[in-house]
Design a protein around this ligand. Structure first.
Ligand SMILES: Nc1ncnc2c1ncn2[C@@H]1O[C@H](COP(=O)(O)OP(=O)(O)OP(=O)(O)O)[C@@H](O)[C@H]1O
Ligand SMILES: [Mg+2]
Length: 246
């Protein structure tokens, strides 16, 4: 039986910021509906560059970025929401001077055909899923704590009902308790049939919750497989894959 078509597939993608320097080389990667693909690698390996390439901020020099079988390489980033792709970037995507509610509604209001009259109802649902935001809804997003801002990022993504969510370093700078909450939201997103590309420096957590794992090292995928292949003496294996084990 042939495998189902991946939700997201990168085929031999090469990309970089300067014409003659490739940060990513021959990247092959897939994310399936309702599954988590974990991407791990050292600082500077190119993980965020990969996210920027999928989101069209950095067009691939060669290769293809396929979403649902359609080549979206170099897509205008504002078209992603309409396709059903959402990115929670390593840096904030919030407008700090706008209120919590305005940040949540902004992507919806510009898209009446996709979200229509349900937008206000969905906002109320979002406050039920992320209750801490309800009481803060009139406050400027920039006045929230780091954990609350992360919650706002996830609520904003949840409201968009994406089919694919790219999550780059969601636990960075958060306490262990809030980080754990973040990972539970991600599992919940996958249970809602989203495909997830998850990048995080908490390698053990990423391996534990992912279906597939990819290791990126100096812009190349150096190991890839089912997460079960990455368990066991994880630390030693990952060190080896990252080229640190001598
Ligand atoms: N805007 C940019 N212009 C030029 N080079 C960049 C730019 N952004 C990143 N780079 C370079 O690309 C390489 C990969 O960076 P990237 O941010 O993708 O790494 P990363 O794996 O996400 O690292 P981290 O774990 O620190 O987030 C690095 O050498 C970095 O210096
Ligand atoms: Mg990064």
């Amino acid at each position: 039986m042939s495998e189902p078509q991946p939700l997201l597939e990168l085929r031999d993608v090469t990309a970089g910021y300067a014409q003659d320097i490739d940060v990513l080389r021959d990247i092959r990667l897939r994310v399936d509906t309702g599954q988590i693909t974990g991407l791990i690698g050292l600082n500077g390996a190119g993980k965020s560059t990969l996210v920027k390439t999928i989101c069209g901020f950095l067009p691939p020099k060669t290769g293809q970025v396929l979403f649902d079988g359609q080549d979206i390489g170099g897509i205008a980033p504002h078209k992603l929401i309409d396709l059903g792709i959402c990115c929670i970037p390593q840096e904030s995507s919030l407008f700090p001077h706008l209120s919590v509610q305005e940040n949540l509604m902004l992507p919806l209001l510009g898209r009446p055909r996709r979200f229509g009259k349900d937008a206000r109802d969905r906002l109320q649902e979002a406050f039920e899923v992320f209750p801490a935001l309800r009481e803060k809804r009139s406050q400027a997003a920039g006045s929230l704590s780091g954990g609350q801002q992360k919650q706002l990022e996830f609520a904003k993504a949840w409201l968009q009902q994406p089919r694919l969510c790219l999550v780059d370093e969601p636990s960075i700078g958060l306490s262990p308790r809030i980080s754990e909450e973040v990972f539970v939201w991600i599992e919940r997103f996958a249970a809602m049939k989203m495909g997830i590309l998850l990048i995080d420096h908490n390698v053990r957590r990423v391996v534990r919750m992912s279906d597939r794992v990819c290791v990126l090292s100096l812009g190349k995928i150096t190991a890839e497989g089912a997460s079960s292949e990455f368990q066991g003496d994880l630390h030693q294996q990952v060190q080896q894959w990252l080229g640190l084990h001598f």
